[in-house]
Design a protein around this ligand. Structure first.
Ligand SMILES: [Mn+2]
Length: 334
């Protein structure tokens, strides 16, 4: 991004009372970017901006807890209630959709102070919103994380980042780039600049490891114990049943070698089927689970649909009949 853009951005902020925020169910990119920007502005202006978060996602909470084991002295200070009237400007990171920001847990709470967007998502707005100081927006939808924009800003000002912030930014880049799957050369270069003898890649991976809930683990184990194998040529279909986490169990079947995973659940009067198929199988055979379940909806007295490789149906008709019809239709493509 242009150096002069950062100069304008910073000189505008110099004497302002600043609030930094991000979208609801704060993800690791939004979370890390807010704290790194707060650190930078604090160093720069010698005055600390506030951060507001409505609610952290489960993965973010998990990451924060693991981070605090490594850096117990670090303070993740943020507000969960905020009076916008106390601020001159709001910096919105990692979203450009105001409906994703939930001030004071009320969706209707209006953002009635000037704001600036710092984001990497597609920005399709053509008409200007009057509270947005759009000339100062830092938007780049060519990159995989908001953290990269914040880093670019910080690097442009030759500000050093302490180890703990390097961990935060590295984690954000890893997660939002899908561990570099959606990244480009710049993503990897920026990431590698964060690594030094104190930032350990394996520690970082460990911080990002998500613990699975015990009930989900049990569902997956039961799902594997109960799976029935159906073979059609070289294709393998797995059929299993669990009472909850059906979608996760169906995904697990695919990861374990099945080409198609089907998991049914019966709870009181509610019956449903979750299904997953390997992308390559869908592409090679024309299989589209979502279309099949949509077609089955009438027969099954329910409603179903989804994508080619991931679909589900909730229905009232006899389970056995719906299930065998579904398998029969899948076999047609294999
Ligand atoms: Mn992001």
């Amino acid at each position: 991004m242009l150096y002069s853009k950062y100069e304008d951005f910073l000189s505008f902020l110099q004497y302002k009372k600043i609030l930094i925020t991000t979208h609801d169910l704060v993800d690791i990119d939004g979370f890390a970017s807010c704290f790194a920007l707060k650190f930078f502005l604090c160093e720069r202006f010698n005055k600390s901006p506030s951060i507001f978060f409505s609610e952290l996602s489960k993965a973010t909470k998990n990451f924060m807890n693991k981070f605090l084991i490594k850096f117990p002295e670090f303070k993740f200070d943020y507000e969960t209630e905020v009076n916008l009237a106390n601020y001159d400007v709001c910096l919105i990171i990692d979203t450009n959709d105001l409906s994703q920001i939930h001030f004071n847990s009320s969706k209707s709470s209006k953002l009635d102070i000037p704001y600036i967007l710092i984001d990497h998502h597609h920005y399709g707005k053509t008409e200007l919103e009057n509270r947005n100081i759009s000339s100062l927006n830092l938007i780049n939808d060519d990159i995989s994380s908001s953290a990269e924009i914040i880093l670019d800003l910080i690097e442009s000002q030759n500000q050093d980042l302490p180890t703990r912030y390097r961990y935060l930014m590295a984690a954000a880049i890893l997660v939002d780039s899908g561990f570099f799957r959606y990244g480009n050369n710049g993503t990897i270069r920026k990431f590698s600049r964060l690594l030094d003898e104190k930032v350990n890649y394996q520690h970082l991976l460990n911080m990002l490891q998500n613990e699975t809930d015990i009930s989900e683990k049990i569902a997956k184990i039961k799902g594997l114990q109960r799976v029935e194998l159906i073979r059609k040529g070289d294709y393998l279909i797995g059929v299993s049943n669990v009472s909850s986490f059906g979608a996760n169990v169906a995904s697990m079947l695919i990861k374990n070698g099945f080409d198609v995973g089907i998991v049914y659940s019966v709870e009181k009067n509610r019956k449903n089927i979750n299904s997953r198929a390997k992308k390559s199988v869908c592409l090679n055979t024309g299989l589209h689970l979502g279309k099949i379940l949509e077609e089955l909806s009438k027969y099954a007295d329910g409603s179903g649909g989804g994508h080619d490789g991931a679909a589900s149906i909730a229905f009232n008709a006899e389970l056995k009949q719906v299930l065998s019809k579904f398998i029969e239709k899948i076999k047609h493509f294999l």
